[in-house]
Design a protein around this ligand. Structure first.
Ligand SMILES: Nc1ncnc2c1ncn2[C@@H]1O[C@H](COP(=O)(O)OP(=O)(O)O)[C@@H](O)[C@H]1O
Ligand SMILES: [Mg+2]
Length: 290
């Protein structure tokens, strides 16, 4: 399977939300990383065929998805960034409703719902009204609905927002398992969601795709650009004024200052192993992350 994104541009009036984005995706988990407003949701809506590009096209195995109609929707699972659940519906009724929209036969839908409630560990909440669920549980219902038709392409937009750390890990593992024989696209501005699981990371900035590479390749680009200095607390202010700081970690009565710098920032500086947090700051330093 190959999803080809060809020179996609999307304009909302004067606002260009996507600017000439091209890339190719095959089976595996892709992490879209970018600050708020960088165009992740716009791109995912186009890939989920709920929105049309202003120009450019998306091809699945060489066929324009806008010409595939139902054929494409049948292959697709989509968890929108803000998905509404009908709060008076039980989990079961909501999933049955979505299954009907997707054209699943009722008996098959019932079996699939039970199977998926086990997968997302919500079997005990089957008869609970969705309005009574925690944020993390709601997200898991969202994932279950996206999986009802056993999609070959799964698109999840900031799915870990509102999940606690344990739920986030479980969710990451689930997506990773799914990605063995599917194209899975995950957008996030939380680096740890994708650091160890993504086949490739796509870095979006201001509507353009500025990087697409395996995590270790992206991080390789930061070699000798991340440094640590063991400083005294009184020095921190001066270092902060002169350098781009990635983090400050208290180490006894000293402070380990992590600095992003093209050149060795100080005699005492030691090169550090770059991580995706550094990468994120490297690209998005001037934009305040949420
Ligand atoms: N329906 C819309 N009308 C006007 N502008 C929009 C609309 N949707 C998104 N935008 C703008 O497009 C840009 C990209 O937004 P979005 O795709 O939501 O980014 P992200 O998901 O990365 O936060 C932002 O500047 C946003 O304000
Ligand atoms: Mg978004």
């Amino acid at each position: 399977m190959k999803l080809s994104i060809e020179r996609i541009t999307k304009e909302y009036g004067q606002k260009r939300a996507l600017d000439n984005v091209s890339c190719e995706l095959t089976e595996g988990l892709y992490g879209f990383l970018g600050a708020n407003g960088s165009g992740k949701t716009t791109l995912m809506r186009i890939l989920a065929s709920v929105s049309r590009p202003s120009s450019g096209r998306v091809l699945l195995d060489g066929v324009d998805i806008s010409l595939m109609n139902e054929g494409y929707r049948d292959l697709l699972g989509y968890l929108p960034q803000h998905m509404g659940l009908y709060k008076n519906f039980t989990v079961h009724k909501f999933l049955l409703y979505i299954a009907a929209l997707k054209g699943l036969e009722k008996g098959h839908a019932e079996r699939k719902i039970d199977e998926l409630l086990d997968v997302v560990q919500l079997a005990e909440e089957k008869r609970t009204k969705t309005g009574k669920l925690s944020g993390g549980m709601k997200q898991r219902v969202g994932i279950a609905q996206a999986l009802l038709n056993d999609p070959k392409i799964l698109i999840v937009d900031e799915p870990t927002a509102g999940l606690d750390p344990k739920e986030r890990i479980r969710f990451r593992n689930l997506l990773q398992t799914m990605a063995t024989d599917r194209i899975v696209l995950l957008s996030t501005h939380i680096v740890s969601d994708i650091e160890y699981v993504a086949k490739e990371i796509l870095v979006m900035k201001k509507g353009t795709l500025i990087q697409k590479a395996e995590p270790h390749v992206l991080l390789g680009g930061l070699q000798e650009k991340v440094w640590t200095i063991e400083a005294s607390p009184s020095e921190v202010g001066a270092l902060q004024a002169r350098h781009r700081l990635s983090s400050l970690v208290k180490a006894g009565d000293r402070i380990s200052v992590r600095i992003l710098s093209e050149l060795k920032p100080d005699e005492r500086a030691v090169a550090a192993t770059p991580d995706l947090e550094d990468l994120y700051l490297y690209y998005f330093d001037e934009e305040a992350p949420k």
